[in-house]
Design a protein around this ligand. Structure first.
Ligand code: ADP
Ligand code: MG
Length: 366
């Protein structure tokens, strides 16, 4: 696509094709990619007998991220991670990605370099090949759009529609961390540097205090919570281990809160379910935070978005198999509820009484 943009920036000097070369300079060869970036279309081969899984996601500045919160390296990582997570949620192996960027003319070139460094680091961690994309100028914010392709044997693909009454409802990892991380950055906790490069004392700490966010500097595990928001880890190895063992009956990744996302499983499977709030897995950092934040922790764990954990259902006879299966993946799994035959998803206390909820997850248009 030909795009012109009047600007005196380094970006304008480089031009569209210079930028594409720069963006793709770190791309390495991958098995199955016959022709990658550089022609009108990529040419790839896939093993016969596999089904292709395809998904696309957009990250929009000031809708999904803020440049003042999100360092470009982790933004690049996240832009691919959320797409990889979609393939994992189908039980698929992520293979190839297309990256489209709409870039404001004032964006420093370094910022794009760092996005690419993050994107390609995430790609390398999951052996995903970047095989193309599109690059154009944006008149408003930065837009990052990723299309991902994965594959899986037809018999092994895990859909949202397979949950059965009396199945257990499981989740990986811990819930609500990313939502709490968002509260932290909203309240001014400095998040623009990855945790390892954030000074723990001195100058940076002082400037935070002056800007009125002193109380936040004492939040134990704040970096870990913010990291869950800015640098989510797609649960590929757990998803594949469970899928290869044929254990999940339905699966979804948790981007909008477990209540809303399990709701999609329930709807597409024609079932309902109850989620026991006391069984929701909460991280120690999450548990340490409520003193600083006037929020209901269980509410946040149920409805907070962007954890990118997996929610899956499985026959109750497979409980031990599931625990054994995920051991080697280094991620915990927790049973949080039961699939019911009647429609509707409810959150309940341990004694079965209903837990009242204010909202059911993030929705762009409400
Ligand atoms: P066309 O005009 O045919 O759309 P482009 O000039 O947009 O081609 O792109 C040239 C090549 O660079 C193509 O192979 C395209 O897939 C690739 N490409 C463009 N932008 C990106 C990007 N942001 N990331 C990866 N590859 C890209
Ligand atoms: Mg193009």
């Amino acid at each position: 696509m030909i795009v012109t943009h009047s600007s005196s920036s380094a970006l304008a000097t480089l031009g569209e094709f210079g930028l594409i070369s720069r963006i793709t300079s770190g791309v390495v060869a991958h098995e199955g990619v016959i022709t990658g970036i550089g022609d009108d279309a990529a040419v790839t081969v896939s093993p016969s007998g596999m089904h292709l899984l395809t998904s696309t996601d957009m990250l929009l500045e000031d809708v999904h991220f803020r440049r003042s919160w999100h360092d470009p390296y982790r933004l690049g990582r996240k832009s691919l991670a959320v797409s990889i997570s979609d393939i994992a949620a189908m039980g698929g192996v992520p293979r190839r990605a297309l990256l489209s960027l709409a870039i404001p003319s004032d964006l420093p070139l370094d910022f794009i370099d760092e996005i690419m460094r993050g994107f390609l680091a995430m790609a390398s961690e999951h052996q995903v090949a970047l095989i193309g994309g599109d690059t154009c100028a944006s008149r408003s914010g930065l837009v990052i759009s990723v299309t991902i392709m994965g594959e899986q044997h037809p018999d092994k693909i895990v859909r949202r529609s397979g949950a059965q009454p009396d199945d257990d409802i499981w989740v990986t990892g811990t819930l609500g961390d990313a939502a709490l991380g968002l509260k932290l950055v909203e309240r001014g906790f400095d998040s623009t540097q990855p945790p390892c490069s954030q000074p723990s004392g001195s100058a940076k700490q002082d400037s935070r205090s002056q800007s009125g966010s002193r109380s936040l500097s004492g939040v134990e595990g704040a970096d870990a919570l913010i990291s869950r928001l800015l640098d989510p880890v797609p649960r590929v190895s757990v998803a594949l281990a469970l899928t290869e063992a044929g254990l999940p009956t339905a699966m979804i990744d948790i981007s909008d809160g477990v209540l809303a996302d399990y709701g999609h499983i329930a709807e597409q499977s024609g079932v309902g379910g109850s989620i026991i709030i006391d069984d929701l897995p909460l991280s120690s950092a999450f548990r340490s935070c409520p003193a600083h934040f006037p929020v209901l922790p269980h509410q946040m764990a149920l409805s907070g978005g962007e954890d990118y954990e997996l929610c899956f259902t499985a026959h109750r006879s497979n409980r031990q198999k599931i625990v054994d299966c995920v051991k080697k993946c280094g991620v915990a799994v927790t049973r949080i509820g039961i699939v019911s035959s009647c429609a509707g998803v409810v959150a309940v206390n341990q004694d079965g009484t209903p837990f009242s909820i204010r909202n059911e997850g993030f929705n762009h248009f409400t």
